[in-house]
Design a protein around this ligand. Structure first.
Ligand SMILES: Nc1ncnc2c1ncn2[C@@H]1O[C@H](COP(=O)(O)OP(=O)(O)OP(=O)(O)O)[C@@H](O)[C@H]1O
Length: 582
């Protein structure tokens, strides 16, 4: 119930007038429903009494009340609908903030994907809980007044309605836990079949699906997941139908009993036919509203379990995001050296460390090439140096200050990186360049000059405003190398970067463009510190120093000549790659 209150307060704080209006309208609806019972009784009695004026008056009153109720409800529903949409946007905004605050390392964990779909699912639960609370108030009012009627007419009929409504409600409440469990399982299942469905139907996947004839294989996997999900859905459906059928059976028995009892009373002359109409109407209203109140309680209990879990995840994220503030972040400065001292790092879902005992000193303005076989730890190292992963120790120091104490947002303003899994923004050329320094998004001259630097000035029919990707009908798609050039262009949009990281920056470029672009990049990065992760020893040769990584360690470090002389790993790589060109 605390969570229901929490959800209600959240919506109430968001838009008080609409919440108050809804409550007022529900109060009016409750009164109108019960006045409707009284007026129906009068109409039936007046029909028997042949009093035409009174009859017409009662009918007019009944219709007027219904009209007022219709107007009020329509107006309030329109207002509520608008508020619901605005609130959903507000919740999605909060979700975006929450994701932004989550550590990258946590976001890369497979569990995050599950948690994220759970978050999106729960966000709707706040509104649902709010609506349920307001409905509960309405149901309570209607049930209380109509029960009053019944008790006034006959104590036993009132008690019977109370008993049947309560029994039906309790039966419903007992199934809540089971429903929550099935719902959660269904949501987690949906991740799997959506993935396989996208694989089978997505435009990016079609060439491999066709070439390797994968459709039957993945269709089987999709079907298996879909069948599992459907089985769960059927369990839920059966649970609901069972509940509904037992409820209806109880109602049939109780109304049969009441019909017999009132018929006897009418026969004895203690009740009029109008009373009979009023009693059956009030009976249905009492029973159904009491049952609905229990259904609302069960919905609120169900939502409370979800909201509570979300609050726990949220407070964990907020606590993690608060850590640097407690330590008074210091401004990023990199004027002298970057020191790495005994850096060891392990991913949370792995047993083996990705990096072990890394030691290095990088002077400002140096260009360092980082080489090594797949999985040797190159990308992990640069992500740690950029502060994208938090390390537990003070192993990385910029001008003597641990990266843990630095203001990371300030640091990211002065650093830049092109990763191997860079993003292909499905918007336009302008955005794809300007993301390197979004403040320059409207600086058309600058963006044109950057486009020229990466050799794309004549590529786009509508220049910077050419739509890219597959989101719009008039958009164009690019070759792998053209996308990579756009990703590289992001480095040229700012002059202020002190540290630039390239992670396999030229893997998709043709050799002529690769040399030309490398020269442009090195010219642009003159005086900045550059970390260049690459598999190409030809690129490494142009670096001031080379780190060769092996199984999470720096196995060799030195200049090209020093490492060749050493006749170790670098020497072997150099000679192996040289063979291609001899
Ligand atoms: N997000 C992650 N979660 C768990 N393990 C990871 C994650 N990213 C990388 N690893 C593991 O950490 C180790 C180092 O990976 P890393 O990506 O740093 O290697 P790399 O040298 O950059 O490889 P490549 O040349 O293939 O890009 C590997 O064993 C890899 O499987």
């Amino acid at each position: 119930m605390r969570c229901a209150g929490q959800a209600f307060c959240k919506v109430y704080r968001f838009h008080k007038p609409v919440v108050l209006l809804s409550l007022f309208v529900y109060l009016m609806v409750a009164l109108q429903s019960n006045i409707g019972i009284y007026l129906s009784k009068r109409i039936v009695d007046q029909l028997a009494g042949n009093n035409l004026y009174l009859l017409m008056g009662s009918i007019a009153l009944l219709l007027s009340f219904q009209l007022v109720r219709l107007l009020l409800e329509t107006y309030s529903q329109l207002k509520s609908r608008r508020m619901h949409m605005a609130f959903a946007v507000h919740c999605e905004n909060e979700l975006i903030d929450l994701v932004a605050k989550t550590e990258l390392l946590d976001k890369e964990h497979p569990q995050f994907t599950g948690d994220f779909s759970y978050w999106s699912f729960i966000n709707g639960k706040y509104l649902e809980s709010y609506s349920t609370v307001t409905q509960f108030v309405k149901q309570g009012l209607i049930a209380a007044i109509s029960l009053g009627y019944l008790l006034y007419y006959h104590l036993y009929i009132g008690l019977l309605a109370l008993l049947v409504g309560t029994l039906k409600g309790i039966y419903d409440l007992r199934a809540v836990r089971r429903r929550v469990a099935i719902n959660e399982e269904m949501m987690r299942q949906s991740r799997g079949y959506h993935y396989y469905f996208d694989l089978l139907t997505g435009s990016q996947t079609q060439k491999e699906m066709a070439l390797f004839q994968l459709v039957p294989y993945f269709r089987q996997k999709w079907l298996r997941k879909k069948e599992e999900a459907n089985a769960l859905s059927m369990q839920l459906e059966a649970l609901n139908l069972k509940r509904q059928a037992s409820g209806e059976l109880l109602s049939i028995i109780s109304s049969g009993f009441v019909i017999v009892m009132t018929a006897l009373l009418i026969y004895k002359g203690s009740l009029t036919i109008g009373d009979y109409v009023a009693i059956t109407m009030a009976l249905t209203m009492t029973e159904s509203n009491i049952t609905m109140m229990f259904a609302s309680i069960s919905k609120l209990t169900e939502n409370a379990a979800h909201i509570e879990r979300l609050s726990k995840i949220e407070s964990g994220v907020h606590a993690a995001a608060r850590l640097p503030e407690q330590a008074e972040p210091r401004p990023f400065r990199f004027q002298e050296e970057l020191r790495i001292h005994n850096l060891t790092f392990r991913y949370p879902n792995r047993d083996e460390p990705a990096l072990t005992g890394i030691n290095a000193e990088i002077r400002k303005g140096e260009m360092i090439a980082i080489l090594g076989e797949n999985g040797s730890g190159k990308s992990t190292l640069v992500k740690l140096l950029l502060g994208l992963y938090r390390s537990d120790t003070d192993a990385i120091l910029y001008d003597g200050v641990s990266v843990r104490q630095l203001d990371r947002v300030g640091m990211w303003r002065k650093t830049s990186a092109v990763f191997q899994d860079y993003i292909r923004y499905m918007t336009d050329v302008r955005d794809n360049i300007a993301v390197g320094n979004i403040a320059e998004v409207h600086n058309t001259d600058k963006l044109h000059s950057v486009l020229a630097k990466v050799g794309l000035s004549k590529t786009f029919k509508h220049g910077l405003d050419t739509k890219l990707g597959t989101l719009e009908d008039n958009a164009v798609n690019l070759s792998g190398g053209q996308w990579q050039r756009l990703a590289l262009s992001r480095v040229f949009v700012s002059e202020e970067h002190e540290l630039v990281v390239f992670d396999e920056p030229t893997s998709a470029l043709d050799p002529v463009s690769e040399v030309r672009l490398m020269n442009e990049m090195l010219e642009h990065c003159r005086g900045k510190t550059v970390l260049m992760v690459s598999h190409r020893v030809g690129i490494a040769r142009r670096a001031d120093r080379i780190f060769v990584m092996e199984s999470g360690r720096i196995a060799e470090a030195g200049t090209h000549d020093e490492l060749l002389h050493k006749q170790g790993l670098y020497h072997e790589m150099w000679h192996q790659q040289k063979q291609w060109y001899d």
